[in-house]
Design a protein. Structure first.
Length: 68
């Protein structure tokens, strides 16, 4: 119930944002949100890569220990 935003709710939110910030600020807000999402995605990718590297290192060390 609370997890889904329908079309009417989305339109209401957009109307409120337009009223509060005005049409001149909307492009600036959109750019800021876009940059923030881009940085968040990049950080998530870097975190995933570092975790994958650590898992590979652990696997290699386990294989070396099992060989000895």
């Amino acid at each position: 119930m609370f997890g889904r935003i329908g079309t009417q709710e989305l339109l209401l939110i957009l109307a409120l944002v337009l009223i509060i910030f005005g049409p001149r600020k909307l492009p600036e807000i959109g750019r800021s949100l876009g940059r923030g999402l881009k940085e968040f995605k990049q950080a998530a990718i870097e975190l995933r890569e570092s975790v994958d590297i650590e898992e590979e290192k652990e696997q290699v060390s386990k294989e070396r220990n099992s060989e000895n």
